[in-house]
Design a protein around this ligand. Structure first.
Ligand SMILES: [Zn+2]
Length: 316
């Protein structure tokens, strides 16, 4: 994506607003409060509309990632383009260097951009690999020799006093990835994730021998790669999801250094987006804005905390 082109095309607040209005409403302004399309331009307030039904006024930014922002939209758009271009992630410090906004603004903006990357309609199909990984603290090798199923986050946490976060991931071969922070990697929780994000008909699930995956074949066609014997057996392997874990961990390590366990889900969303659109040839900027404007309710998950207050843990 050409950042100069983006900046040229959307160099004023007005142009940005008009673009967002077109994407969100496509000509028919709809009240964000009551859904009515009975609106008129708000008197004396630029870029605002007034609802004839509920009598309230609103702008296209309400209930979106741009809500209450003081950063001019042309700068927002440049930061979005920068973040989308950074295939391995971009730290707030770097956004600050590129654009001259303050560190805090860069941090908040990047966090909101991550919210805009959330895609919740994932339905995986075909050959699906599922695996779990632990984030944060010192890297601890999975005990592959004995395929030790007891190596849960809880034991790792208690054993070492590190705050590891357990994440489950599913990927469709040559397709999309979906991850979820799951505190307890029980069969019940993992099955719930599988049922939410995968079609069971005509799909084949591949996992390692982690005990929580046992008896998944009652629900879906299931093959297990026994890592104590081999890492792959023809199509039976979990190399794709393991590749994704490395991609995320190297990205975090190389760009963010340390992030809060609390906000790990946001970073996962960012890497998911980047992985899932790695082959996308169209206009990713538009794709992002379209998606971001759809997500009006996710903001509630994001409570703004000053970056200095965020408790971080190192990723090594
Ligand atoms: Zn209304």
């Amino acid at each position: 994506m050409n950042i100069i082109a983006i900046h040229k095309e959307y160099d004023t607040q007005k142009k940005c607003i008009q673009h967002l209005e077109k994407l969100r409403w496509n000509g028919v302004v709809r009240c964000t409060y009551c859904g009515s399309d009975h609106t008129k331009p708000a008197k004396g307030e630029q870029f605002r509309h007034s609802c004839r039904s509920c009598k309230r006024t609103f702008s296209v930014l309400l209930d979106t990632i741009f809500e209450h922002t003081r950063l001019p939209l042309p700068e927002w758009f440049v930061i979005i383009a920068l973040v989308l271009n950074a295939k391995r992630g971009m730290a707030a410090k770097e956004i600050q260097r590129h654009t001259g906004v303050t560190y805090k603004t860069a941090y908040y903006t990047a966090m909101r951009i991550r919210i805009g990357m959330l895609e919740d309609n994932t339905q995986l199909d075909g050959i699906i690999e599922m695996d779990e990984s632990y984030f944060g603290g010192k890297a601890r090798k999975k005990n592959t020799a004995t395929n030790d199923p007891t190596l849960s986050t809880v034991s790792a946490k208690r054993g070492r006093g590190t705050k590891k976060v357990s994440v489950a991931g599913m990927v469709e071969r040559d397709g999309d990835v979906k991850t979820k922070v799951i505190e307890k990697l029980t069969k019940r929780n993992l099955l719930h994730m599988l049922k939410t994000y995968a079609k069971e008909d005509n799909s084949l699930l591949i996992t390692d021998g982690f005990k929580s995956y046992s008896h998944f074949d009652e629900y879906i066609e299931h093959m297990v790669i026994n890592h104590s014997k081999a890492f792959s057996k023809g199509i039976v392997h979990v190399n794709t999801i393991e590749g994704f874990w490395s991609y995320v961990k190297n990205g975090i390590k190389g760009n963010y250094k340390s992030i809060s366990p609390k906000y790990l889900p946001f970073y996962l969303v960012e890497y998911e987006w980047k992985f899932n659109h790695r082959k996308f040839k169209g206009d990713e900027f538009k794709l992002f804005l379209d998606n971001a404007l759809k997500h009006e309710n996710e903001l509630e998950y994001w409570k703004a905390i000053s970056p200095e207050q965020v408790k971080k843990i190192a990723y090594s």
